[in-house]
Ligand binder design. Sequence first.
Ligand code: AMP
Length: 212
Amino acid sequence: MAAPTIVLLGPPASGKGTQGRLLADTLKLPYFSTGRQLRRELKARSAIGREAEPYLEVGRYVPDELVLSLLMSWLEKHKGGWVLDGFPRTVPQSEDFDRFLGSRRQNLRAILLEAPADELERRVSDRRECTMCSWTGTRTQARRSGGRCPSCGGELGQRDDDELENFRQRRKEFEELTLPVASYYEQSDRLLRVCGTGRPEEVFSRLQSHLS
Ligand code: AMP
């Protein structure tokens, strides 16, 4: 059987990054987060980063063409199955991706991580991210490691877009544009709904039992 492709859907702070990296390590698949890559492009002031900036600043989704070109250049360098965190986020992105996959679309599983709004708001203010690698953790973990990434030693910080107003706009975008993506995959029997509350290890074992 061809390598599986896993796409992670969920509101902001639902744990897509954490669960995505755990899955990628376990399944030995390459992992890509479009959001993280966009933040890197922004930091580097690249053409893509500058184009994305006005959207990221206000918590709106970037245009489909922009995110597709970012993803396609990464996919070209990583053959086989993938774990994608935060892509697709709109129905046109899902349709384009299915066309790209062709018959391999049967091996795609979409995981929708679900968690209540108050828990997500609590998590978002507590979240810390490495500026160098894909590590994500909590304020307590960051304090314990002296503000340095436990994985690569890079600097840890809070995401600019984790400020409450921006977070609420991203959640709105999720409800309006990404929940229809969940329905799109549900119609073709490729959606798994996973409860995203609890410790990351608990969510991960729930997720694994859904996948097996
Ligand atoms: P994330 O790190 O997944 O929370 O993504 C951060 C931000 O990047 C989102 O709020 C969007 O503005 C943008 N973004 C990431 N992935 C996509 C996508 N597939 N389509 C549109 N915008 C995206």
